[in-house]
Design a protein around this ligand. Structure first.
Ligand SMILES: C[S@@+](CC[C@H](N)C(=O)[O-])C[C@H]1O[C@@H](n2cnc3c(N)ncnc32)[C@H](O)[C@@H]1O
Length: 258
């Protein structure tokens, strides 16, 4: 679910909503990767709040709540996702642990120095890494942590089809080192980085997404914005299948410095 930086034609938001609303996750990832990243970030301070920003349908929210046994506030601008997360949390016996809030990930209501952990999978690109980290730093308690995934190049000379696709879909995409430097510039220590395995794209994300777009394809004939959304997903999956060694979603695991 990319394209956060571009101005979309009218009707595109509705089409995106139709495609993604029933999915259990709206980007690459898995509970195994979420929990491995969390373990690499320990020790996480205790006594403050935990937020999952750009939570979507909340796969990782549930994994974090289950693992940490602490309350977690899940924030997203999309009400449909939040309503689904409430139901999923209740069904998982986590209804008491998970609170949802409809807000922007860079303008949610939290007191200064009140947060122990901010999590954000597949969502930071929408506002930009530096803008997100800058807005979060004052909210974190001393020693507070951040875990986010970001789509990055793994090579300085990507294959042209991949470069062409991501130049359009994510124009400001950079590399691992550039992203690490941005984290340091914004006042964080980089504790670890971990690339998501290819299966986190395929099993958790592209396979259910493929089934969804095949079910919706007949409706696209009479709905140009839906046709455009499905075509872009097709292109993304083709680029992934051919060139995924040249780019990856990478976990950046940070601690507030100073
Ligand atoms: C690619 S999805 C990832 C969702 C989820 N973290 C996952 O990995 O399944 C990006 C999410 O960011 C949300 N989003 C977009 N702009 C946002 C903003 N400014 N603040 C908070 N969430 C936002 C979208 O509604 C969507 O749920």
């Amino acid at each position: 679910m990319n394209g956060g930086e571009r101005e979309a034609p009218p009707g595109t938001e509705d089409a995106l909503e139709l495609v993604f609303a029933p999915l259990d996750q709206a980007g690459p990832g898995s509970d195994a990767s979420t929990l491995a990243a969390l373990a690499a970030l320990q020790p996480i301070p205790d006594g403050g709040a935990i937020y999952d920003l750009g939570c979507g349908p909340g796969r990782q929210t549930l994994a974090l709540a289950r693992e940490l046994g602490r309350p977690i506030t899940a924030v997203d601008v999309n009400r449909t996702f939040l309503d689904r997360l409430i139901v999923r949390a209740e069904n998982a016996g986590l209804g008491e642990a998970v609170t949802v809030r409809e807000a922007s990930m860079v303008a949610f209501d939290a007191a200064p120095q009140s947060i122990d952990l901010i999590w954000a999978e597949g969502a930071v690109y929408i506002v930009g890494v530096e803008a997100a980290l800058k807005s979060w730093r004052p909210l974190l308690r001393p020693g507070g942590c951040v875990g986010f995934t970001e789509l990055v190049w793994l090579t300085d000379s990507p294959p042209e089809p991949a470069a062409q696709f991501w130049r359009y879909a994510y124009p400001s995409m950079t590399g691992v080192v550039d992203t690490q430097l941005a984290c340091v510039r914004q006042g964080y220590e980089v504790v670890a980085t971990r690339a998501l395995p290819a299966d986190d794209w395929q099993a958790g994300y592209y396979q259910p997404l493929s089934r969804r777009i095949e079910a919706l394809r007949p409706r696209a004939a009479a709905w140009p914005e839906l046709a455009a959304v499905l075509a872009e997903i097709d292109d993304e999956m083709a680029v992934f299948n051919a060139h995924h060694g040249s780019f990856a979603y990478v976990f950046f695991l940070l601690r507030k410095a100073g």
